[in-house]
Ligand binder design. Structure first.
Ligand SMILES: *Cc1c(COP(=O)(O)O)cnc(C)c1O
Length: 399
């Protein structure tokens, strides 16, 4: 049977306390117990269904977590205050001093900085590899390796990871495969392809209105319980918990995620095809010229397309900046980091979101300084957008 992530979200039936069509928001940081014994049991981790304190869990956070778990098809999930607030405790829950991680070298700048600069302070070291080269991934495994870490579609170079093959490799060597699926919600379902853990920054497409931060870890009941454990759970103890009001608002936005993703993908494919036809160096997994195109196609859930992200290379940073400023002036989008907004967002990753990556490594991985990353918006008239963008490109001398 084909996996239907949007159906899974919509099939969840929640009523509010007074029959509201949305679940009631639990606006409390702490919860009463009718008996002291139950409070003791809850601390011991044996009182299912009881709430203790909102850093541990809240009804609103559990509703959102269940919707995300349904979307990814995992047993359960734990939401966090940001994407990094989900990613870093998960890594720390699996690793202790002396352990080793294999990570794709093209990942989100914050995750890269954590693995490269911060985790070594705790004795956790990472080998950064080209994740599309499975032989290199396997050759990097040591007896200390615990995790293979990658993004389904990487930031900002849009490399596509072969999740099925990586999952087989992880299983063979008894490793955990952690996949950040922020760039391709609904389109790709990593857990269905064998990933042990799926991570998201909810800040991006899933919430989709650029008004809040959020993150989630989707995985087994055992993992999620361990992350929340009051004695040694990294999520519980590091404390990046989501607020209930935000959980409620993100859940409401999630109900239109499938419509938004289809439109983001439709618009991005339209522009990427047009830009490529104009002779611009365009990287989009939906283009036949993309090295990961066939792989993405083989992994994807029908209907949701290849996502809203693409890059073009305009040669140098001055041209990139000139073009982005002009496009903003013409109201074609905003010169801003982040992604998944209704409006197109663009930035030059070399000098912004990936600036944590040293320059010589940027060159090695193909992150050129004329690269512009686009998060394509929900424009109703994408043909008009294209014509206006083309005019800007002609004006700054790129075409
Ligand atoms: C933004 C992002 C993150 C970090 O999420 P925050 O919500 O900013 O903490 C992680 N991974 C990817 C791919 C991202 O785009």
């Amino acid at each position: 049977m084909t996996f239907k992530p949007a159906n899974n979200i919509q099939d969840l039936q929640y009523f509010g306390e007074f029959g509201g069509v949305n679940p009631s928001i639990s606006d409390s940081s702490t919860y009463t117990f009718l008996s002291a014994k139950t409070m003791f049991d809850t601390f011991e981790g044996n009182a299912d269904g009881c709430y203790l304190y909102s850093r541990h869990s809240t009804p609103s956070n559990l509703y959102l977590g269940e919707a995300l778990a349904a979307m990814e098809g995992t047993e359960t999930a734990n939401v966090a205050a940001s994407g990094m607030g989900a990613i870093t405790p998960t890594i720390l829950q699996f690793c202790r001093a002396g352990d080793h991680i294999i990570s794709s070298r093209t990942i989100y700048g914050g995750t890269y900085a954590f693995l490269k600069n911060f985790a070594p302070r705790l004795g956790i070291n990472t080998s950064f590899v080209d994740i599309t080269k499975l032989d290199i991934v396997e050759a990097s495994i040591t007896s200390e390796t615990k995790i293979i870490y990658c993004e389904s579609v990487s930031n900002p170079l849009l490399e596509v990871a072969d999740i099925k093959a990586l999952a087989i490799l992880a299983k063979k060597h008894n490793l955990q495969l952690l996949v950040d699926n922020t760039f391709s919600p609904l389109s790709i379902s990593p857990a269905q392809l064998g990933a042990n853990v799926v991570l998201h920054s909810l800040t991006k497409f899933i919430n989709g209105s650029s008004d809040t931060m959020g993150g989630v870890v989707c995985g087994s009941r055992e993992l999620i319980d361990s992350l929340r454990n009051v004695n040694d759970g990294a999520s519980m103890l590091l404390g990046a918990s989501m607020d209930s009001l935000r959980a409620a608002s993100i859940l409401k936005n999630m109900r239109t995620l499938h419509i938004r993703i289809k439109q983001h993908s439709h618009n991005a494919l339209y522009l990427a095809e047009k830009f490529e036809a104009l002779g611009l160096k365009t990287v989009y997994p939906g283009l036949a010229s993309h090295p990961g195109h066939k792989l993405f196609k083989a992994m994807m859930n029908e209907d949701y397309g290849y996502g809203g992200m693409f890059t073009i290379d305009v040669g140098n940073i001055d041209k990139a900046n000139e073009l982005m400023e002009l496009m903003q002036e013409r109201n074609l989008g905003y010169l801003a980091v982040s992604l998944g907004f209704y409006k197109t967002l663009f930035s030059a990753p070399g000098s912004s979101t990936s600036s944590e990556i040293p320059e010589e490594e940027q060159v090695e991985m193909g992150l050129t300084d004329g690269l512009i990353r686009f998060s394509i918006g929900l424009d109703a008239d994408i043909a008009r957008t294209f014509e206006m963008m083309r005019t800007c490109m002609t004006q700054v001398g790129i075409l």
